[in-house]
Design a protein around this ligand. Structure first.
Ligand code: CTP
Ligand code: MG
Length: 231
């Protein structure tokens, strides 16, 4: 059944989904690869649509797949689909340009984080609503981290207590994300990085193990396992 988005919600979610998925190996663009019989993008959008603050969802699809993605998502939730760009940042900018007037909180969420729970979407949105201009979900780093030189010789051990692994959805005041993209230079893999360059403080909230980014075949296998366990 098609989910209804909340017409009184204050959140628009941009979903960059235009990547090829090179690290996942040969096949269709990653957002269209199957997880438990459904494309990653369907899993991701279904969970976003369950978050009750969400008013608008804009997906940036691979250019050759825009119509296919529209058809795929029509029964899942009412979403806008725009052509993505060659870099993630361009895909996010294309989706941002398609957000209608209204929502003042913008979340940016990787389609590849297909199992992200609606509760994390709400937690990020709530932190922005409470006055943080930019919010990222993070997890502590569990492995020991070494800095190495070009020859893979260890230069030193990094203090991991001050490090965080960053997930999506990343949340922003609309004005903050719009200004950051307008000023964007080099392409970055995360939107908070653009906002940092503007001197805007970026705050952390607790992330979720389920928000893992499906990048390599192992991640897909892990996601299958999590879903089989009711994740
Ligand atoms: N993405 C995008 N447009 C691009 C590149 C990436 O919308 N030009 C999206 C991907 O579809 C994904 C998210 O950004 O949902 C995170 O990127 P990543 O995990 O790196 O996905 P891919 O770029 O598809 O994977 P790879 O780097 O292995 O090719
Ligand atoms: Mg990529």
């Amino acid at each position: 059944m098609t989910a209804q988005l909340n017409p009184r919600g204050d959140v628009a979610v941009l979903v960059p989904a235009a990547g090829a998925g090179v690290r996942l190996g040969p096949g269709r663009p990653k957002a269209l690869r199957l997880l438990a019989g459904e494309p990653l993008l369907v899993h991701a959008v279904r969970r976003l649509a369950e978050a009750r603050s969400v008013h608008t969802i804009v997906v940036a699809a691979p250019v050759a797949e825009v119509d296919a993605v529209r058809e795929l998502l029509a029964p899942v939730a009412p979403v806008s689909v725009v052509p993505g760009g060659a870099e993630r940042q361009e895909s996010v900018a294309a989706a941002l340009a398609a957000v209608p007037a209204g929502p003042e909180i913008i979340l940016v969420h990787d389609a590849a984080r297909a199992l992200t729970p609606p509760s994390l979407v709400e937690a990020v949105a709530a932190a922005v609503r409470a006055g943080r201009p930019a919010v990222i979900p993070v997890l502590p780093v569990v492995d020991t981290i070494k800095e190495v030189d070009a020859g893979e010789v260890v230069l030193g051990t990094v203090d991991r207590s001050a490090l965080r692994a960053v997930q999506t959805p990343q949340g922003f005041l609309r004005s903050v994300l719009t200004a950051a993209h307008a000023a964007a230079g080099d392409s970055l893999t995360d939107d908070a990085g653009l906002v940092e360059k503007q001197g805007v403080p970026v705050s952390c909230v607790s992330g979720s193990e389920y928000a893992l980014k499906i990048t390599r075949p192992f991640d897909l296998a892990l996601a299958e396992h999590l879903l089989a366990g009711g994740g």
